[in-house]
Design a binder for this molecule. Structure first.
Ligand code: HEM
Length: 344
């Protein structure tokens, strides 16, 4: 097969295709179960993050002197400020949880297979960008925990072979985490990463519409119209998510902690829970070796749709291999997260 055909099969772009893409959508019946439509959850949450983030940005001041004070003002003095901050905070956690669930559903239904390999890779880029936007956002609070998490988190970059030191200085804007790091993280968090994520979500959705949603083996090949049933369902889920976030913002509002003090290292530094597995692993092994293994594991997952067929041409054997691999990865991630949760 020529290279042109290979790409056309995966990105089938033409005028009729584009108009069908914009105006019609058939939803397979298995999508009536939300787990199968889980990708819609981050799709709903992301605009909400933009909206609440824009409101927070009205009062947030990205300077080492004022960042913590501005967050304190939003939380304690500003009318409904704690609520907007709470929704933004919990929205980020929920977005990451829903992304993991979405990936698991795509993986275990083998929906990354031909012709959807490229969309799997775009999905992974979306995951990395979402983790990056969460990391930069966490650092903006500029309290002890977030300052030291930023310091330890960026320190890991040193483990990147050859260019590690250079990258570290680029990202921090100097030797240590300080004003240059804060303004860099602020730009990344409020406009650069949101723009990239928005573009990539667009590409992801266009590719989904081009291929149609996959119908896993054993599921009915029937479908229903997007409007009205599926659209109403999305509205109901949106209202549900809003209620849950609002409740979390009130019952478990994000705290303030102590103001960042670069001269006083806290006893226990921990990143956010979604970095626990990598954080724990890198504590156990030499940094460069740990970064190499982490990098290889990530490359393996990103390119899994192309790696899996190398094991066998037989579909049943490939199914078994992918179930075992997927389950092992999830098991390791859960065990590492639990160990890190219960150790100091
Ligand atoms: C902000 C991030 C993301 C958004 C908004 C998003 C959104 C969606 C939506 C709405 C669908 C339609 C089916 C469904 O709802 O499950 C979908 C399908 C898909 N997603 Fe995502 N997704 C994101 C991230 C990811 C990630 C991290 C991966 C994997 C690494 C991924 C891989 C895929 C694939 C391969 C499909 C096609 C599945 C099929 O046809 O059955 N996506 N995505």
């Amino acid at each position: 097969m020529s290279k042109g055909n290979w790409l056309k099969e995966r990105i089938p772009l033409n005028i009729e295709g584009i108009s069908a893409l914009l105006f019609k959508e058939e939803i397979p019946v298995h999508m009536k179960k939300w787990l199968f439509a889980m990708g819609t959850t981050p799709f709903i949450l992301f605009p909400l993050q933009i909206l609440t983030g824009a409101l927070l940005a009205v009062y947030y001041i990205p300077s080492t002197e004022m960042a913590y004070e501005s967050v304190r003002y939003i939380t304690e003095d500003l009318q409904m400020g704690f609520w907007v901050r709470g929704i933004h905070h919990w929205g980020a956690h929920l977005m990451i949880i829903s992304l993991f669930l979405h990936m698991m559903r795509v993986f275990f239904t083998h929906s990354y297979r031909k012709p959807r390999e490229i969309n799997w890779i775009f999905g992974f880029i979306l995951l990395f960008l979402t983790l990056a936007i969460s990391f930069t956002g966490y650092s903006l609070t500029y309290n002890q925990l977030s300052f030291w998490a930023a310091t330890v988190g960026t320190n890991l970059i040193q483990g990147v072979p050859v260019i590690g030191e250079f990258l570290l200085r680029m990202i921090r804007g100097g030797e240590d985490v300080g004003i240059n790091t804060l303004t860099r993280f602020y730009s990344l968090h409020v406009w650069l990463l949101p723009i990239f994520i928005t573009i990539l979500i667009g590409v992801h959705i266009v590719l989904i519409r081009m291929h149609g949603i996959s119908i896993p083996k054993g599921f009915k090949k029937e479908s229903y119209d997007f409007y009205p049933v599926h659209m109403y369902k999305i509205i109901i889920v949106t209202l549900f998510l809003l209620s849950v976030l609002s409740l979390l913002a009130v019952i478990l509002p994000p705290g303030l902690g102590d103001k960042a003090d670069p001269l006083n290292t806290p006893l226990h530094i921990k990143p956010e829970w979604y970095f626990f597995p990598v954080f724990l692993f890198l504590k156990w092994v030499p940094l460069s070796f740990g970064m190499l293994i982490t990098g290889l594991a990530i490359i393996g997952m990103v390119f899994w749709p192309f790696i899996e067929p190398l094991f066998s041409k037989n579909e049943k054997t490939r199914n078994i291999i992918s179930y075992i691999t997927g389950s092992l990865v999830i098991l390791i991630l859960i065990i590492f997260t639990l160990i890190q949760t219960f150790t100091v």
